[in-house]
Design a protein. Sequence first.
Length: 369
Amino acid sequence: MYYYLVKRSHGTWLYRRPVAALLAGYFILLTIASYAPFTATQQAYLWGFLIILGHYIWFLAYSLQDRNAAPGTKFIYQLGHYQPFWGGTNTPFPKGAAYLRKIEAKNAEELAISQLKGIKLLYWAFILSLVLGIFNMVVYGKPFYNLASPVHLALPSLNDALAHTRSGDPYHWYINWGVLLVNFIKSMLVLSIWGHIIIATCRMAGFKALRNTRSPLKSKTIAEFWNRYYYYFKELLVEFFFYPTYLRYFKTRPRLRMFMATMAAAGLGNMLYHFFRDIHIIMELGIWGALKAFQVYVFYGLLLGTAIGLSQLRNQNRKQSTHWSRTYITAPVTVLGFYCITHIFGLPYPGYGLDVYFQFLMNMIIIWD
């Protein structure tokens, strides 16, 4: 209904800013659901509606963006992409209906190439799954296909390490470093595996989709890692936050324009996406309580947006170094170190304040017996 309302609202703010209106309306509905004096039945219906809408809100955003594309796709057919058989999350894979039309194989040769690339990517996902299983067995002692490692690191989980930090009984510095490192490696493996499976299936269906994760370890800048690590999430933020900011504001100041557009995407858009995604926290704490509990991710979004923005500005007019040590060692290690340390602030909500995270990091620096 909202889609057709937008299409019939020519010349209005709603027609020009349909995604902004959608997100603002969703936030208002969350506020009403949190505090309005509804009966239990009414609340159940409203929260049920908001949960479903929240899951598909970015799919609807792509549909709104595609509403005037030529040739267009009727909205009733776009609904099939909201729940594609290749799977996905509330991040549309791979983007919207317009993108699918663009990357669809046009002949038998293109279809064969796309399917072959899909099979190769599926094979690579299988290899990474074996690596992940062995990794969990060696690090955490988890059995892998009835196999058990006689020796394993028995490292605690990151959530357990944070809990010990909050209780005043932190693990030793080297354990915290180990926890941080293996958690980062595991997160990259998990994201790569399920992203490869989704895109491989999409390719085998005849769509020449780009990988979701592509060689993040080769990244030489913070901005490049952001592009390689979770491509379709990055594209979502670029489409709905970077471009609108870049095309409308700070046109006479190009460097500020680039930085603020990056902050709008990697900062504001990133925070808003995860705030809406974690609707169970809003249901539990209310909109204001959830905003206060979201302080850690707000810090992460601001830190990430600033770092990516500065990385882009720094590399705009910078001559690329060709020395092998910088290309293959110094730059990738620096970039991975940044994301390894900062990614803990972007983990799913565990209920800890910023002070716990900073204390955890301090315990990694301060060496004690």
